[in-house]
Design a protein around this ligand. Sequence first.
Ligand code: TPP
Ligand code: SF4
Ligand code: MG
Length: 298
Amino acid sequence: MKTVFKKPHALTDTPFHYCPGCTHGIIHRLVAEALDELGLEGDAIGVAPVGCAYNNYEYFNCDVQQAAHGRAPAVATGIKRVHPGKIVFTYQGDGDLAAIGTAEIVHAAARGERITTVFVNNAIYGMTSGQMAPTTLLGQVTSTSPTGRKPELHGYPINICEMLATLDAPVYIERVASNSVKNINSAKRAIKKAFEIQRAGLGYTIVEVLSTCPTNWGMSPIESMKWLEENMIKRYPLGVFRDRTAEAKASAAAGAGVGAGNGAGAEAGAAGGASAAAVAGNGAGAEAARAGQEARNG
Ligand SMILES: Cc1ncc(C[n+]2csc(CCOP(=O)(O)OP(=O)(O)O)c2C)c(N)n1
Ligand code: SF4
Ligand SMILES: [Mg+2]
């Protein structure tokens, strides 16, 4: 019999523990498919969050290090610097990344660490039973905003991609969604591209995936997909917020240091040298890259 559909090899056979309709499982699959297709499984090291995906080391068929809540980018930085030839990715929820881990993600991105972040934004703390997250929408009911999120009480949602796109170093920032076939295909393309950029040693990449939490949103799986489409995408528009792949490649080819000896490059990058120079602004190529980005940003 011809096999037309199978589990990616980069996923183990352990069944997911996620609730019905939760898109963490879809996003795991996309990461695994990208690793398979790029032949990276043996070279990948994941960093697991604290949140519903805390035990994704049971699911990914590669080494995965658990980090304390919010600290995945710092842990990934250490792993990547010790193993510059590996593909190192963090997998983080919005409570993990945008609340307790805000400092870590901003500084890892600002340093241009050559890691990839898969940011799963479901607008709520799923694991701890539905508290408000920094990404909770205005008016959204959560267990800690029972009458809806109010700006005067709870402040405004944080758009992580837009915020990180104000930094010089990131090479690739894209927001995608997990609610339709079209959007899931696009999410896969984005995750794969991020890994390819990391494999080429070009710099920091992040893919935000809008996700569902039917359990804590109090909805059926179908209603939650609809809610994501009608509410989350309005607040968190899908698209590419930064793509300096071409510029970073050109700088690398011109010998600016990106990708030239990952270990040394990472060290220099941290000190504001090679990798930062390639994407951020010490050198003609980088100046051009910055001008191009500014033009795109309007
Ligand atoms: C230092 C620390 N503070 C708080 C917690 C409690 N905690 C566990 S998971 C979590 C939030 C998870 O939400 P998110 O990161 O959005 O992941 P999700 O479950 O929604 O995927 C919190 C606050 C913890 N484990 N450690
Ligand atoms: S609580 Fe929410 S985020 Fe966690 S597994 Fe269930 S649906 Fe997914
Ligand atoms: Mg969450």
